[in-house]
Write a protein that binds this ligand. Structure first.
Ligand SMILES: Cc1cc2nc3c(=O)[nH]c(=O)nc-3n(C[C@H](O)[C@H](O)[C@H](O)COP(=O)(O)OP(=O)(O)OC[C@H]3O[C@@H](n4cnc5c(N)ncnc54)[C@H](O)[C@@H]3O)c2cc1C
Length: 402
């Protein structure tokens, strides 16, 4: 019987196997995951789950029983050690599995602080998987002093949860401003003000010189010479694609596992999807780190594994929850030359990114309507008159008519 194997039981792996069955694949499917639990959603790890407002079971993308019901062999707690593409073999736990087609959905790994800076000290945490939250959660108590290293979405979401739980939070961002890599200055300004209003100390243009402690972290020295007394540290300095297996197997690597437009790697029987994979986009190569990308790319890969020739066309969207603000992002802002701000008197705010007259992306803060209209326009390749966008008396629905 034809055997499709999938390495990496996360968001993309779970979506891929579900799609194979939904499209009528009747062969054997094996989904292999290094973690001992069924595929789960990561976004709540830095939001509701860290706040203690969500049960672990609710993180699971599908109940364990679903895999058996759909005749999918789920091998959990088993990290694949090696791939041998020429023989179509996977090596795990001293066993060799043969496949007819393979998908790599291995995700990403967090950038750790170097041990020389104190990154290996007890009391230093990252926010990537369930075990990280289990280790961090007992330290989150009123009055504790925490340092967050990195002002991207993960660092800011962690800051919001800790501050809401009464922790005294200092956040350092080495770049000139928080969210510098991903958002316009207007969006950084909005979130800086939000965090400051909630008591978080935000230090931009400030790096971590080193952490202090022997048996556990108890302080930090910052690049401006400041000494901080601390109880724990959360590191949110970004992720790297998990490309180890692919690299060792000789697959082409370029900003992650390099795929063609159909999500196929440099080996004709191996596909890839999610955080670990890059794909051709607007004359360059793009790798996205989002739930939307993991699902849509995995579904495209599954269709192509079954013989279609579908090109992956990302329709990017992303969200972040911080305090009572829901940020929703549609599109990709790369190459913008101006920002148009729309705000109403009920607190909704959106930043619209343009390249000339072309609408590229929208950051919508507590503005679901702005997000929805912006997303529809961007997905349809349409734009919106900036003067109308900026005018709160213009009904957003009118923008759809243009
Ligand atoms: C705290 C947090 C908050 C986030 N918030 C948002 C958000 O608000 N919105 C959003 O769109 N995205 C968010 N993301 C990003 C999103 O969760 C990821 O982009 C998504 O999970 C990527 O899916 P994936 O399947 O590629 O990787 P993952 O879900 O990470 O799954 C990869 C799996 O592969 C396994 N694996 C790796 N190597 C092997 C091996 N050799 N053998 C077996 N298994 C292996 C890993 O253990 C892992 O379980 C967040 C991520 C984090 C960590």
């Amino acid at each position: 019987m034809t055997h499709f194997a999938v390495i990496g039981a996360g968001q993309a792996g779970a979506s891929l196997v579900a799609r194979l069955r939904a499209q009528g694949f009747i062969g054997q499917i094996t989904l292999i995951g290094a973690e001992p639990v069924p595929p789960y959603q990561r976004p709540p790890l830095s939001k509701k789950f860290l706040l203690g407002e969500m049960e672990e079971e609710r993180l699971y993308l599908r109940p364990r029983a679903w895999y058996a019901e759909n005749d999918i062999t789920l091998r959990l707690g088993d990290a694949v050690e090696a791939l041998v593409p020429a023989a179509r073999e996977i090596v795990l736990g001293g066993e060799v599995l043969r496949y007819d087609a393979l998908a790599l959905t291995t995700g990403s790994v967090p950038r750790h602080l170097p041990a020389a800076l104190g990154g290996a000290l007890p009391g230093v945490f990252c926010v990537r998987g369930l075990p990280d939250i289990e280790a961090l959660a007992p330290h989150v108590r009123p009055g504790a002093r925490a340092l967050i290293v990195g002002g991207g979405y993960i660092g800011l979401e962690a800051a919001a949860v800790l501050a809401s739980r009464g922790v005294q939070v200092t956040l350092v961002e080495m770049a000139e401003r928080i969210l510098q890599r991903v958002a316009a200055p207007q969006t950084s300004d909005y979130f800086r003000a939000l965090h400051q209003a909630n008591g978080v100390k935000i230090l931009e243009g400030t790096g971590l010189e080193r952490l202090l402690g022997e048996d556990g972290v108890h302080g930090a020295v910052l690049s401006d010479g400041t000494h901080l007394d601390l109880d724990f540290v959360v590191v949110g300095t970004g992720i790297l694609p998990d490309q180890r297996l692919a690299e060792e197997a000789g697959l082409r690597i370029e900003n992650g596992i390099a795929c063609d437009a159909s999500c196929r790697t440099s080996d004709a029987t191996i596909w890839a999807a999610g955080d670990c994979a890059s794909f051709p986009h607007r004359g360059g190569r793009l790798r996205l780190e989002s739930v939307q990308n993991a699902i849509d790319m995995a579904e495209c890969a599954a269709d192509n594994m079954m013989g279609q020739t579908r090109a992956y066309d990302p329709k990017p969207w992303f969200w972040s929850d911080q305090y009572d603000v829901k940020l929703q992002i549609a599109g990709l802002n790369t190459g913008y030359d101006r920002i148009v701000t729309r705000r109403d008197d009920r607190g909704a705010r959106s930043h619209w990114y343009y390249d000339g007259d072309r609408l590229l992306a929208v950051d919508a803060m507590n503005d679901p309507r702005g997000y929805m209209v912006g997303k529809r326009l961007i997905d349809a390749g349409k734009t919106a008159d900036p003067a109308k966008v900026a005018d709160p008396t213009v009904d957003l629905k009118e923008l759809m008519k243009g």
